[in-house]
Design a protein. Sequence first.
Length: 400
Amino acid sequence: MKAVVSKAAWTGESLQESPLWGYALDGAEVAQLVDALRSFKNAGHDYRVIEAGEMQRSMFPLTGLSDLLESIRDELETGTGAVMLKNLPVDQFDDNDLAVIHSGISKHVGHIIQQAGGRVRSESRGHGKYIGRVVAEMSGTVPLNGKQANNRFLLHTDVCDAISLLCVKNDNGSVENGGSIVASALAIYNAMVAETPELVAELFKPVPRLWTVSKNLHCDIPVWKFYGEEMFTTQLTPVYTEVSQLLPHAPTISEKQVAAMNVLQEIGSRIGLKFSLEPGDCYFLNNHLAYHGRTGWDYTPTAPASRKLLRTWISPYNNRALPDEANYVDLWGSTSASVPRGRAHMSADDPETLKALDDCNKRVEELIHEGKYDYYDLYRDYDRFMSNIGRTVAVKADKA
Ligand SMILES: [Fe+2]
């Protein structure tokens, strides 16, 4: 295994040198967004167009931003895979208008696809929807009963080509409280080749993950995959991988695979970028190249929306072809370049699959109530290791 040279292999430090990470929209660029929203409304459209997945680029014209939008698409697919815009006018509009603005920009980047939530299937987060809202609806380390919690997320990918998050609100936000982290998969790979080469091969072996449209509810693909001519894709889903171990037919994950995933998390949290989203920040991440995660945050039932993000799932118009293998088709629906994929192919939620998922969820919740399971139990050595070296991804104690 050799280290790779790629623009997509960045550290938190080098990402901040990218002109498209922290690109501050100026007054004229913000005015374009406001004009596009006005044009959308003047044509008689409203937020329901977004909910129906019927947003078209022509409904939200951004002619004056075409160069920037092209740069964003290029950066996502052939550059760092990470873009952060700042200064979106979140204080001027309500949530529905902001959803139109966020979807409008997203639609110029790619096809907006329906979102999925494998276990909890939270509709508020966006399961089955074209726009999601990331908020806390309960306190705890594990989301329950279809609700979102204020829990941390280890580094992971979402099952879509690209994700975009727009920060609407982040009261008392800091790196430790509702903080964000992004990390480059290829930079982690390079570091692991140098630091723990004996574990690298583990991440190229198939890893099961809960996947509700697959036979037996799991799909087994590697965390890392090189294919074609210098092509790469990653899929890292710590929770779905952990929950797959409760399914009757999923392969058992080896201790060495878990150790490799723990090292991946440790390196990612060390070399990735930790930051606190500010209202008006909007980032895009290519899930084939980069991971995202978050720290937990203080949750107050009387002010549940202290941290609020809008979320879109996007298949960029210039997205890559994926490995031409059955398990990738199973996961993505299509492995061809430049097509919408991900949740879009998941419309067949047959009763048998839903029952099996319900059984799995019931089992998870029973184990939680019996005190036998918590999120990330499978990776518990990661936390022990992190406490030895000084925790760089803070775990906020949840408060009732
Ligand atoms: Fe995510």
